[in-house]
Write a protein that binds this ligand. Structure first.
Ligand code: IPE
Ligand code: MG
Length: 239
């Protein structure tokens, strides 16, 4: 793929773990474990596909509404993954970023996420972004608060998108080019709303635990077939 038809930043809304488990008469948490296996299985393919950033929607600010048992199980999965996959991430020469809010997360989980960021910060070829306790609206509110603290509130000339975007969780990461959502749902669910302003969106009925390199390739082919204009006039007038 040439650089124009290859997205720089792919964001995946991994959905369908619960249904995958339900179909097998397994508890939902078994679906989440299968989701982690799918991620580990597909990571190499995605890492070497030519993209530079991969964002994953792990847990949203709305996911706290799930049962206490499911939330606890998910937190345990994240905590273990953050501790155990350091070697794999380092071997892949990936820089890890956590985006989201620390509010409500355990101290130990936050520590592990920060440690993983610290340990991989020398890498620059590939960025692995995990959204955990993340919501697009929450991110905008946190960014606006931080900007108000650091900016003279009356100096409206400073309130530009360029300045504001530096306060988002993704300040050093380019905008999302391609969004993939699994499981047939066709929504963005408050994921990286600002960063997806011009993204192409690929929906697949595949449940996340069944995701393969082939599904990823379908999404990449879909992206390559699009005429990306980002608001400019290209082959025909439009937006
Ligand atoms: C996505 O799978 C995983 C997370 C949000 C952590 P779901 O748990 O939403 O799976 P379904 O939608 O119930 O099938
Ligand atoms: Mg779901």
């Amino acid at each position: 793929m040439d650089s124009l038809s290859c997205p720089k930043h792919v964001a995946i809304i991994l959905d369908g773990n619960g249904r995958w488990a339900q179909r097998r008469k397994l508890p939902r948490i078994a679906g989440h474990r299968a989701g982690v296996r799918a991620l580990r299985k597909n990571f190499k393919t995605i890492r070497h596909s030519g993209i530079h950033c991969l964002s994953l929607f792990g847990f949203s600010t709305e996911n706290w509404k799930r049962s206490a048992a499911e939330v606890q199980g998910l937190m345990r999965i994240f905590s273990n993954a953050a501790q155990r996959n350091v070697r794999e991430i380092l071997d892949a020469r990936a820089r890890f970023h956590w985006i989201g809010s620390a509010d409500g997360l355990s101290e130990i989980l936050v520590q592990r996420l920060r440690k993983l960021e610290e340990k991989t910060k020398q890498e620059s070829d590939f960025h692995l972004i995990l959204a955990l306790n993340y919501g697009g609206r929450d991110e905008v509110v946190r960014a606006a608060r931080k900007m108000a603290e650091n900016t003279h509130p009356a100096d409206l000339s400073q309130w530009t998108w360029e300045n504001f975007s530096q306060y988002l969780d993704t300040r050093d990461i380019p905008d999302v080019d391609l969004v993939i959502r699994t499981s047939g749902e066709q929504r963005l669910s408050n994921f990286m709303l600002m960063q997806m302003a011009y993204a192409e969106i690929f929906f697949t009925p595949t449940l996340w635990p069944d995701f393969t390199g082939e599904t990823f390739q379908q999404a990449m082919d879909f992206y390559a077939s699009r005429d990306r204009r980002c608001g400019m006039i290209a082959t025909s007038a439009g937006t």
